[in-house]
Design a protein around this ligand. Structure first.
Ligand code: CA
Ligand code: CA
Length: 222
């Protein structure tokens, strides 16, 4: 959803209202910022900006949310603070390049999740002066997205090490949550079982990684 030159084509969130955006494929935590949010903020007077703030949260399942840290006094960390585009730019704008696109950019590394399928924007204009009525969402652009086609694959009989009980979360290739059974093979050796090809996120004490499971586990080999 790219920002629009027409200031009428926005979604006004209403006081305290929110909107949830779904990304397919999900936004991924790549190097640097991962998505940009655009409000119809504009410059006026001598360098002032008529901004209307939004709290930004990210989620993998639409149930559990991570909120980006912010300062409700200065607005730092909130979306809706920066005008769209850049002053003095000419030619087409690359909306995935924060230096050209304007808007407010966010990095999933800040909230510690390797990817997010949902972004929620919540009006925060109650912290601003009374002439701010409600934030107006103009667009949101993913800078990095999960490459489901070229995601590194793991064999369904993968065995991995972890001192602590690993957490495995799995999605079907069409994005539905599926069950992932974690199986202990030895004191620090583990594997998991998914019902079929899946995207898995594995949390071990050595780190977090996202992989694609190419096919169902073959129990005849056990
Ligand atoms: Ca990032
Ligand atoms: Ca506005």
């Amino acid at each position: 959803m790219t920002p629009c030159a027409d200031p009428c084509q926005v979604v006004s969130l209403g006081k305290g209202g929110f909107i949830t955006l779904e990304f397919e494929p999900p936004i991924a935590d790549g190097v640097g910022v991962d998505f940009i949010v655009f409000e119809n903020a504009f410059r006026y007077g001598s360098g002032q900006v008529f901004d209307e703030w939004m709290i930004v949260s990210a989620s993998q399942d639409g149930v559990s949310w991570q909120t980006f840290p912010y300062d409700s006094v200065s607005g730092v960390g909130l979306a809706g603070r920066s005008p769209t585009g850049c002053e003095g730019c000419s030619g087409p704008i690359d909306w995935q390049d924060p230096s050209q696109a304007g808007g407010d950019a966010f990095d999933l590394a800040v909230v510690g999740i390797p990817w997010a399928k949902y972004i929620r924007l919540t009006d925060a204009t109650h912290w601003q002066s009374p002439n701010r009525l409600s934030a107006d969402l103009d667009g949101a652009v993913a800078v990095h997205q999960l490459d489901l086609v070229n995601l590194p694959s793991v064999h369904p009989d993968l065995v991995f090490k972890s001192q602590e009980l690993p957490i495995v979360i799995a999605w079907s290739l069409s994005g539905q949550r599926v069950e992932a059974e974690v199986i202990r093979l030895g004191s620090n050796l583990w594997t998991f079982r998914t019902p079929g090809p899946a995207i898995v996120q594995v949390w071990t004490d050595a780190g977090v990684y996202v992989r694609k499971v190419s096919s169902a586990r073959d129990d005849s080999l056990r």
